[in-house]
Design a protein around this ligand. Structure first.
Ligand code: 0L1
Ligand code: MG
Length: 262
């Protein structure tokens, strides 16, 4: 039985409130086991509408669970997407406060800046033609679920754990890079914690972009010129601790940094 609009709104209010107040939440599927993936995306959009009412704006989209390492970490087999808002944007070198999050983790990513609107069902090559710039990025994810217990459907309702992102300041045109195999090294406090390649992002970040556009198209939506797209993590996520200084180096795209205060 389809969820009523009232239930959708009440679940959206729950995930929104958990994110806004950093209060862990019991997974939605514990209460409603029959929740579908499609309904979870509807809840995600309803929770975004609440943020937009508070003055945040949509700045782009993210793909999640794109690498084999991440899928294994989460025990799932398909990528998901979430919305990025103005309140999630952090400057390169920014310091976040650990206490502002439930259980924050960081992932090394590749980001696209859209040079044109993009919708429909493009091939990866067609999707890449709509991109004006590529850069390295760090994504902070913070699932709001209590004891870190949730299903794929819960994660989607919780906007794919989206919390923050830092873009590198070196922007390159995709045609100038071997985008399908860029070396990526993430270090914490000077120690290498994850190494990978952009190939781990659905085998090529452009495939992730095309997959996102196809999923948005299923809801009659698309990407807009100027929006940011996080293509997904190239490795598994790493827990952040107070005092951490995180650095990501991406071949041809320089360095991205993030600090964590207590
Ligand atoms: O960015 C992502 O890969 C989404 C991850 C969602 C699950 C989690 O919180 O780890
Ligand atoms: Mg991610």
């Amino acid at each position: 039985m389809a969820l009523s609009e009232e239930t959708i709104q009440s679940l959206a209010a729950k995930v929104d409130e958990a994110a806004r107040t950093t209060t862990p939440l019991v997974m939605l599927t514990a209460e409603i086991p029959e929740l579908t993936l499609d309904e979870a995306y509807t809840i995600q959009r309803a929770s975004m509408a609440r943020r937009f009412e508070r003055g945040e704006s949509l700045v782009g989209m993210k793909m999640g669970l794109t690498s084999r390492a991440k899928m294994e970490q989460m025990g799932v087999h398909e990528p998901i997407y979430g919305h990025l808002t103005s309140a999630m944007t952090l400057a390169d070198g920014a310091t976040i406060a650990h206490g502002d999050y439930c259980h924050p983790r960081v992932e090394p990513e590749i980001a696209f800046i859209m040079g044109e609107d993009l919708s429909g069902t493009p091939t990866p090559q067609e999707a890449l033609r709509a991109v004006s710039g590529v850069c390295g990025a760090l994504e902070i994810i913070d699932s709001r679920y209590k004891d870190f217990k949730f299903t794929l459907i819960d994660v989607v309702a919780d906007n794919a754990s989206s919390t923050g992102y830092v873009l590198g300041t070196k922007l390159a045109h995709p045609a100038t890079l071997e985008l399908g195999n860029l070396g990526m090294v993430m270090s914490v406090n000077g120690q290498v914690v994850e190494t990978g390649s952009s190939a781990a992002i659905l085998e090529h970040p452009a495939r992730s972009l095309a997959a996102l556009v196809k999923m948005l198209n299923a809801r009659g939506e698309g990407l807009k010129k100027g929006q940011v797209v996080l293509a997904g993590g190239a490795t598994k996520a790493v827990a952040l601790n107070p005092g951490d200084q995180v650095t990501l180096e991406v071949e041809g795209l320089g360095r991205v940094e993030l600090g964590v205060a207590g």
